[in-house]
Design a protein around this ligand. Sequence first.
Ligand code: AVJ
Length: 323
Amino acid sequence: MLLNPNMRELLSERFALDDEFAGAVIGGLSRPQKTLPCRFFYDARGSELFEEITRLPEYYPTRTETTILSAHAQEMVEHLPPAGVMLEFGSGSSLKTEILLDQLAHLTAYVMIDVSQTALLGAQARLARQRPALDVRAIVGDFSRPVQLPEDLRARPKMGFFPGSTIGNLTPSEAIRLLRIFRAALAPAGHLIIGADLKKDARRLVLAYNDAAGVTAAFNLNLLARINRELGGDFDLAAFRHEAIYNPRHGRIEMHLVSLRQQSVTIRGQRFSFRPGETIHTENSYKYSIEQFRELARSADWLPRRVWTDAAHMFSVHELVAS
Ligand code: AVJ
């Protein structure tokens, strides 16, 4: 079959992603503490389940952050001139961005970066309808790799937006590395508005990651279903259970999948055995006090400026400026 260049690119992207997934799964399950990287949660089913999580009564981050953004959007964007560029890392459906864009009637350009081409196309179509004057550019890619902005936008003043407390999925040293990448993407004098979940009562945290309806459990177990679907694995989903614990030493929620019995699983011809009670560590979600997060930002050469929070101090939104 003859492929046009575009299609060839899409297919090679697909294979590269498969390889990356297979490599990460085999590598992660070969370690003494088995792990699977949380970025693989978000296939079509996983993204649906995550949307459902954001509406759960126990899962406070999304609605709290939205409240904070709505209350302070004007202050958050006041430094961005009309000729400026809003740059969002991991934009997904771009719904939170609209709260800021509503305050930027004259803004000319919005750049979104996401690994999901489907999410980008959806957001781009919606924004084109709602804001025909806004120049919306989509970059398909992983925001944790250095990003090249379109040539014509490079010299413009920029504001970065990274909501959702996604930064919490990284270890502090990885988070510092990412904040430096953002600084480079927003150079020479960028602003960054970034959401971070706050430290709080451990019971409250654990409930947010272990909801009564079992949606987070389904989200966690979907990773095994995805391995079965995409890599031909033979995980028995009924032989694992979801677990969420707060690790006070690291200040993070950890999600695990616990093997309910002695068992083995085969993926791409490789066999992995599990002892009863052995876990696969699937996600970290770090929680920072306001001061801890400001210190983290300083370590990445950002100057923390203003910070906004909700009345119950559940979540924080930070303003960082390039020092
Ligand atoms: C999307 C990374 C912010 O860590 O709270 C939600 C993902 N995992 N429930 C988080 C998640 C389990 C979420 N982030």
